[in-house]
Design a protein around this ligand. Sequence first.
Ligand code: FAD
Length: 594
Amino acid sequence: MPSYKAPIRDLQFVFHELLNADDTLGTLPGYEEMSPDLVDAILEEGAKLCETLLQPINQSGDLEGCRFTDGQVSTPQGFKEAYQTYAEGGWPSLAADPEFGGQGLPETLSFMMEEMINSSNVSFGLYPGLTRGAISALSQHASDELKSRYLPKMVEGTWAGTMCLTESQAGTDLGLIRTRAEPASEGTYRISGTKIFITGGDQDLTENIVHLVLARITGAPPGVRGISLFLVPKFLSDAQGAPGESNAVSCGSIEHKMGIKASSTCVMNFDQAEGYLVGPENKGLACMFTMMNSERLAIGIQGLGLAEVAYQNAVEYARERLQSRSATGAKAPDQPADPLLVHPDIRRMLLTTRAYNEGARAIAVWTAVNIDIAHRHPDPAAREAADDLVALITPLIKAFFSDYGYETTTLCQQVFGGHGYVREWGMEQFVRDARIAQIYEGTNGVQALDLVRRKLFIHEGRLPERFFDLLDGYIKQQQDNDSMRPFIDPLTQASNLLQGLTGWLKKRGEENPDELGAAATDYLRLFALTALAYFWAQMAGIASTKENDETGYYGTKLATARFFMGRLLPQIHGLAEGIRSGSGLLMDYEESEF
Ligand SMILES: Cc1cc2nc3c(=O)[nH]c(=O)nc-3n(C[C@H](O)[C@H](O)[C@H](O)COP(=O)(O)OP(=O)(O)OC[C@H]3O[C@@H](n4cnc5c(N)ncnc54)[C@H](O)[C@@H]3O)c2cc1C
């Protein structure tokens, strides 16, 4: 059975030392009570919950899966009790607004907790994860009456939230949605239609489920301009606000799927169900984007969480499994063979995973700090700058983190050889669970299009320029620091390549939009690798000043930074060649030739 130990030390390094987040967050209005001790205490409590409550039911949850009987979904054994402990511990309310019963702590803490939850049990994490996204959409767009009726229960964790977008004919292209909303009495609507693939559409963890549903009001214009957002509860609330009569919402079936088997994926039927408009008519997609952006970040963190737990178990195995002798002479002469860890190829797989994980963790926490700045900073210019960076980085986190998550859980499975392929060791579950993150919440191909078609161009190209200014500023600041050359030189090369390609691609895209589509996935990866290089250089900068490091932590950080720069960053050159090869190689191919 796999094990998991939360990477508290590394999270603390990123939060306290790399980002100096105590100072940044502590000066934001509402976060004055924050202290390093409080952050550490929350991380330690969160780690305990994940290691002792959620991780032990991960493998059993996968084996048992969800069940669908008499129209009701049951989650695997232990999930209900674990959810109750999670909710009673106040975890759903960590970063929620005190007006609705939240603890009002920074979003950054919730993000760090998210990584630990995803390492220990992705399926479990999806239930409260979607509720968090629904809370943020309702907080921003719902009427005061809906907020006061629904948010306190959702923040408390006794009611859950879902996101109902997908229909059988409408996946990526939400303009094809057919679910209808007919105006009814007292400003309510009757919602009719079938949604598919709805995560947590039904479950037995909470006493009510609040569905956020995209539908078309009778007479609305076609396409995405005619979509509105509705709140449709499973149970209508009675006069006291408690769940009363059943609404006309039912689960038709659940999917049988490759991974995240303990997360219910439901067909949801709405049959003249009572619903309430959220936000303005026909602006539903824009309102839903509040939830989708929050979920995209959360899905990226699934990749990081799974890659972390896979790494930990693969290292453990590589230390113990004895196979073959080291090519440079026996390292364990008293044993019949050396441990796997002596072999360069095993080290390549482990270090690839580790270097991506630690870099991704830095990007994730930095993004969360920017979310807090964007929400709370008193200066509108600072809020705008932070918001731009979050908008730019969101598709990178969703797509790159989930891509490398799948790649590296597979590498860690490979470390186990045949033992990674069988169930006992748990490695094949990590691979299966990681795969979905590349697909849902907007496929990774669609994330790459969001980056190249939208994020590069909006506000006259301001978003990438914000990031390039950070790169240029840091490189300039370090240019006379000789000891940093091994990190600054490759970062400079990557930054120049990325900035040059960005200008080139935008120009080509204006002439022929297929150029953007052809380059999108490789460009997103090149961008992500450059962002990782920026954070790895900074981490190396801090580690290199810690001369009296008795723990070995900083020495290892420096070695991993060198590995990233020397072994992983050079991928950018191949990616650049692919990008420059243009769309012709793809689009000149005749359809009949496929
Ligand atoms: C386990 C699971 C849970 C899910 N949970 C939810 C949920 O809670 N709520 C919800 O609403 N949905 C959910 N989904 C649905 C999910 O978000 C969609 O499956 C996903 O958005 C893709 O839609 P699709 O499957 O219809 O694929 P399609 O849209 O048919 O896409 C097929 C392929 O074509 C590509 N493609 C499509 N359009 C373009 C384009 N313009 N340019 C280039 N490539 C393109 C896609 O990238 C993809 O590779 C879930 C799905 C699964 C499997």
